[in-house]
Design a protein around this ligand. Structure first.
Ligand code: IMP
Length: 435
């Protein structure tokens, strides 16, 4: 029985897709436990690049079985379109390979309309959501008025969907003064899509339990990053689900059991999309240097929304926090190559609050960061491009030193670093005592 969990150690977009892609070769089952089509995972298969939002990215390996757990919120239109994209690329996507939890909640057109209306109502305090209806779908779940995938199997689903859309129309108009939904059109588009999912719906928790007991290996893919966790992230600038590793089992309907590896993926710098605190953020030319111009698919522009990401130096205080709240056993560091050519590279090691109090840890979590300034350690940079390197000993000494400093500052070993977007552009990092 093997469970490996991969989570984002920052605000999402750390490059989890490529890590999952590599690990999927070693497992039979891949699963998602949180979020919905707000996620964006870029994966490559035979020169084809896919931007997956909802289906676990491990599905591109034909031997895997993919599961969406009860902690996920599913828009059938988004899911069917992704299934179609994968089929067009020659992959077999059927009810034997893709399983959906009966307890996962549905995202409807009403949730998307409410997401937009709520963001507009927040004005200057908007969260910068992806607009995919994530928050309103989880709100309905917590209010115990949501529609679940299991409801699609029932005879009164059409009627309940209609009632849900009507109630949302009332809220949209009465509370937000927003345009109402065309219910007739929404029903015509959405109902057939939801019904098409019927064969895929089952008890994912039970199925996973059976698979694990029969010796199958499970790779659990987190979506977003732990700093966007509803409770432990930079609240209220967070998503609406549990993004930490501890939520993985609950979001799949599995009982408490050990995970062999809990891998946190972090970039060698820091990015975030949407609003909210970002102590190590940089602007202007410095930001453009880290972000890229947008000419390359791996430049820092959102996979789901295309928005330019905010960028900054690696925040070691937040990384330490990520190690603690996820119980990370290891880190994988992505985009090290982007730092080549910089004279010096910075890592925040602590914060100073209101110009006086110094903090090595976060006194009240990552939501209260507006008055803190990072204290940086500045390490020497390196000029060599790293893209062609495959071995630790070939990395410039300054790059090796930077990685070792991250391990010490975060309190967690770095197991691999990526030096480019291709599958092969990855370097194993030896244990610090053995190097
Ligand atoms: P929501 O998840 O669409 O409600 O958006 C809430 C916040 O999470 C916003 O700041 C989004 O930009 C951010 N967010 C949601 N999904 C992702 C992701 O996959 N990567 C990075 N940020 C995300």
């Amino acid at each position: 029985m093997t469970i490996i969990i991969v989570v984002g150690a920052q605000w999402g977009d750390e490059g989890k897709g490529r890590v999952v892609d590599l690990l999927s070769e070693e497992v039979e089952v891949v699963a998602r436990y949180n979020g919905g089509d707000n996620a964006g995972h870029t994966v490559t298969l035979n020169d084809q690049t896919f931007k997956l939002h909802l289906i676990p990215s491990g599905i591109i390996h034909p031997h895997t079985l993919a599961m969406l757990g009860n902690g996920v919120v599913i828009n059938p239109l988004a899911l069917l379109s992704e299934m179609q994209t994968l089929r067009s690329a020659g992959l077999v996507i059927n009810e034997q390979r893709l399983r959906l939890s009966y307890a996962a909640h549905l995202i409807t057109p009403a949730h998307r309309a409410l997401d937009a209306a709520q963001e507009a109502a927040r004005g200057n305090c908007s969260i910068g959501t992806t607009g995919r209806g994530i928050g309103p779908a989880y709100t309905d779940r917590a209010a115990r008025q949501g529609l679940r995938l299991g409801d699609i199997l029932k005879n009164d689903f059409e009627q309940r969907l209609q009632q849900h859309l009507q109630a949302a129309n009332h809220t949209l108009q009465a509370l937000y003064g927003a345009a109402h939904l065309d219910i007739h059109q929404a029903m015509a588009d959405y109902l057939p899509a939801a019904l098409a999912l019927r064969p895929y719906i089952g008890d994912v928790g039970q199925e996973l339990h059976n698979l694990l007991r029969s010796g199958k290996r499970l790779l659990i893919e987190g979506a977003q990053g732990c700093l966007l966790d509803l409770d432990l992230g930079s609240y209220p600038y967070v998503t609406s689900s549990c993004t930490t590793a501890a939520g993985a089992l609950a979001g799949l309907g599995l009982g408490l059991q050990p995970a062999e590896r809990v891998i946190g993926v972090t970039k060698a710098f820091q990015t975030r999309v949407g609003a909210g605190p970002f102590p190590t953020e940089v602007f202007g030319a410095e930001a453009e240097r880290l972000r890229g111009s947008g000419a390359n698919p791996w430049d820092e522009f959102g996979t789901t929304t295309g928005r330019a990401r905010r960028v900054g130096w690696l925040d070691g205080v937040l990384l330490r926090y990520a190690v603690r709240i996820n119980g990370l056993t290891e880190l994988i560091l992505t985009k090290l190559d982007i730092l080549s050519g910089l004279e010096t590279v910075r890592i925040a090691t602590s914060y100073v609050e209101n110009l006086t109090a110094r903090h090595e840890t976060l006194p009240l979590g990552p939501s209260n960061l507006s008055n803190v300034a990072p204290i940086y350690e500045e390490v020497p940079g390196w000029s060599e491009p790293l893209g062609a390197l495959r071995h630790w000993q070939d990395l410039p000494q300054a790059a090796q030193h930077f990685i070792r400093r991250i391990e010490t500052i975060a309190g967690c070993p770095v197991r691999q670093v990526s030096v480019g977007p291709e599958r092969s552009q990855i370097i194993d990092v030896p244990n610090a005592n053995e190097a």
